[in-house]
Design a protein around this ligand. Structure first.
Ligand SMILES: [Ca+2]
Ligand SMILES: [Ca+2]
Length: 188
């Protein structure tokens, strides 16, 4: 008798956990569903549309990207953006774990900050890659912020990558500060 009651309690407990897990899954599934304007009455975010049109880290017509580190002259964010354009490249984006590793490889043994095109200059806390308008995190939810970052101390509206112990982390820094910068070339 005692054993069957224990068994029943175990079944109830188990099914209770299962139901809770199931309801969690349903909730997260609903929250991750893309929201159409009809759903909540809000205007569609253009960045969401771009994410839909270009769902991959390397733009649709390109097979890969090549990062190049520029450290001869340390410059601020806007100058870095222009300097990459001057050589028909663009200030870097890091849109996947693969990109993050490739960026780290291009950084090499350099450990100070390296500018990317990531910014929340347009709207505090709303991060995007300047060169393609895609959100951070984007289609695959990838980001590599260091612990406690972005913290907007300053304020800080520009995204740098840096090598710490062989891992590439991100930080937000003041856009007027001068750093090395990373350009990227999209390859057909
Ligand atoms: Ca900021
Ligand atoms: Ca910061």
């Amino acid at each position: 008798m005692y054993r069957s009651a224990l068994f029943l309690a175990a079944v109830v407990l188990f099914s209770g956990i299962t139901a809770e897990e199931a309801s969690k899954n349903v909730t997260s599934g609903e929250s991750s569903k893309s929201v159409s304007p009809e759903d909540d009455g809000k205007a569609l975010n253009p960045a969401d549309v771009l994410d839909y049109l270009h769902p991959y880290p390397v733009d649709f017509l390109h097979k890969s990207k090549k990062y190049s580190l520029f450290c001869d002259n340390k410059v601020n964010y806007i100058t870095a953006w222009r300097k990459c354009m001057d050589i028909n490249q663009e200030l870097a984006t890091i849109e996947s774990a693969e990109d993050n590793l490739a960026f780290l490889a291009a950084v090499g043994s350099y450990t100070d900050y390296v500018l990317t095109s990531g910014t929340d200059l347009g709207k505090e806390g709303s991060w995007m890659w300047l060169v393609n308008q895609r959100q951070i995190p984007g289609w695959n939810q990838f980001s590599a912020w260091d612990n406690g970052e972005p913290n907007n101390q300053g304020p800080e509206d520009c995204l740098v990558g840096f090598n710490r112990d062989g891992v590439l982390y991100w930080n937000d820094i003041p856009c007027g500060n001068a750093y090395c910068y990373m350009c990227q070339e999209l390859i057909l």
